[in-house]
Design a protein around this ligand. Sequence first.
Ligand code: RTP
Ligand code: MG
Length: 148
Amino acid sequence: MEQTFLMVKPDGVQRNLTGEIVNRFERKGFKLVGAKLMQISDELAKTHYGEHKDKPFFGELVDFITSGPVFAMIWEGENVITAARDMMGKTNPLEAAPGTIRGDFGMTVGKNIIHGSDSPESAEKEINLFFNDHEVFAYTKQDSEWIY
Ligand code: RTP
Ligand code: MG
């Protein structure tokens, strides 16, 4: 089953949006298979955002993503990579549609609340970069009266 790497950025954690974000993906029907609050090191930030290293905003991006704890997650489900990007909305919150996470909660491109892998290749790379094997959980959802 497809997996993606999502991360509540430091602004999202500071603004108490972690629960709201987890809730949206749970309600959609995706399965949480890994999650942790963590501090990103300078080295990890530069590797994770390596594709942007020559952009004018790279320094600011690294400073911001390392400015406080982030909530890193792995979500699983059919077409979860594309679906999560749709649920996040466009990179610039001012262009993101209402109903999306960035559209509902964001205001500036530099502080846009959430990160999500943009392709299967990025998802695999980012999951391995942020999580060890023992932090990823394979389990079956019980959908019987056992829960209730
Ligand atoms: P992300 O990687 O964080 O999920 O965001 P994304 O795919 O939607 O956008 P991407 O092009 O990968 O850009 C990475 C992050 O860089 C910041 N950015 N700032 N000042 C600017 O013009 C600018 N453009 C991009 C954003 O915070 C974006 O999320
Ligand atoms: Mg990106």
